[in-house]
Design a protein around this ligand. Structure first.
Ligand code: ATP
Ligand code: BTN
Length: 320
């Protein structure tokens, strides 16, 4: 992004109209140069800029940019914190840093990811300023074998914060947070270490504040709920994650199981287990076990444990 385009974007962050003339005056250039900067922004960022003749330019919604000092002001614990303007993926970047010795409790936020990732190589899309996209590095003493249920407790930390803010969110096994049945947040956990330990874990979180565009499944945003500003929300999330991950490291998933099930979106509902290698397997979601595996009741009444791995969960559509 050019320095002028960047400054213009910051100026538009209040969500109000700014005429080409006033922007030109502010930055000591011509209206044509401002027009070019707006074109540059529209071409380089997945960002809508409204242009109205006689009124000027404005963003669809105001943006509070992330500021490390503002996030730090709300933090209870000690984090190594960084905010990147543009990055490929906070998970990819933190995995690299983990291999170079980055410390436990590093948090990396990004205003814009050019290659945000979901599970199984899928894409994570977010417009600048319209989401919180970040990753944490957490170093566990145990090996990867001791980390089952980790994505579930991360989801629970998000749900705790959002429910306190009176957002009626629910959990979808194993790694999503839903609002009104639509995907509001996703979690991507990537591990390095061996079975015995220790392990370095990168926990990536994407949380939509504004309904995202271009997503190929039902997605949700928080625009209908009063929210603290992005920096405060970031701090609330880190504080809760800190607490939950500390407890998980000591006691594992079992201590969270009942609370997870209380917020499980599809508890006792008909679901299908989707896998690339087999036909969908229908059953009833009974909840989770002490390791965070899904307990699926099959048609013959038998119970089967489903481990996160390569499978996805879908709610069974009612047949008419
Ligand atoms: P699973 O049940 O396996 O988790 P999923 O469809 O949620 O299935 P993920 O890999 O977890 O898949 O997440 C990536 C998917 O999330 C993308 O394929 C896309 O459909 C969706 N997605 C991408 N960006 C967003 C977003 N900002 N908000 C909601 N959903 C998104
Ligand atoms: C999913 O639902 O499959 C997980 C989505 C995780 C998205 C976040 S955004 C921050 C971090 N960086 C990434 O590239 N992905 C995660």
């Amino acid at each position: 992004m050019t320095p002028l385009a960047h400054s213009v974007l910051r100026c538009l962050s209040d969500g109000a109209f700014h005429s080409g003339e006033s922007l030109a005056q502010t930055f000591g250039c011509s209206r044509g140069t401002i027009w070019q900067a707006i074109e540059h922004l529209s071409q380089h960022l997945p960002l809508t800029i409204y242009r109205v003749r006689g009124q000027g330019y404005r963003l669809p919604h105001p943006i509070t940019w992330l500021e490390p000092s503002a996030i730090r002001a709300g933090l209870l614990g000690d984090w190594q914190l960084e905010v990147a303007e543009t990055i490929d993926s906070t998970n990819s970047a933190l995995l690299t840093r983990a291999s170079h010795g980055a410390p436990h409790r590093t948090a990396l936020f990004a205003e814009w990811q050019t290659a945000g990732r979901g599970r199984h190589g899928r894409q994570w899309l977010a417009q600048p300023g319209a989401a919180l996209t970040f990753s944490l590095l957490w170093r566990f003493e145990c090996g990867v074998a001791g980390l089952s249920g980790l994505s579930l407790v991360v989801g629970l930390a998000l749900v705790r914060v959002l429910q306190r803010l009176e957002v009626p969110v629910a959990l979808k096994w194993p790694n999503d947070v839903l609002l009104d049945g639509e995907k509001l947040a996703g979690i991507l956990i990537e591990l390095s270490g061996d079975a015995l330990g220790p392990s370095a874990v990168v926990i990536g979180i994407g949380l939509n504040l504004i309904h995202p565009t271009g997503v190929d499944q039902a997605a949700a945003g928080l625009e209908n709920y009063p929210m603290p500003d992005r920096n405060q929300l970031a701090a609330l999330l880190l504080n809760e994650l800190d607490q939950v991950l500390g407890q998980f490291a000591k006691h594992g998933f079992a201590a969270f199981r009942a609370e997870w099930e209380a917020s499980h979106a599809w508890q006792h509902q008909a679901v299908d287990i989707i896998s690339a290698y087999r036909p969908p397997q229908p059953g009833i979601a009974l909840g989770v076990d002490n390791e965070g595996a899904l307990r699926l009741q099959l048609g013959d009444g038998q119970e089967k444990l489903i481990h996160a791995g390569e499978v996805s969960l879908r709610r069974t559509l009612a047949h008419s």
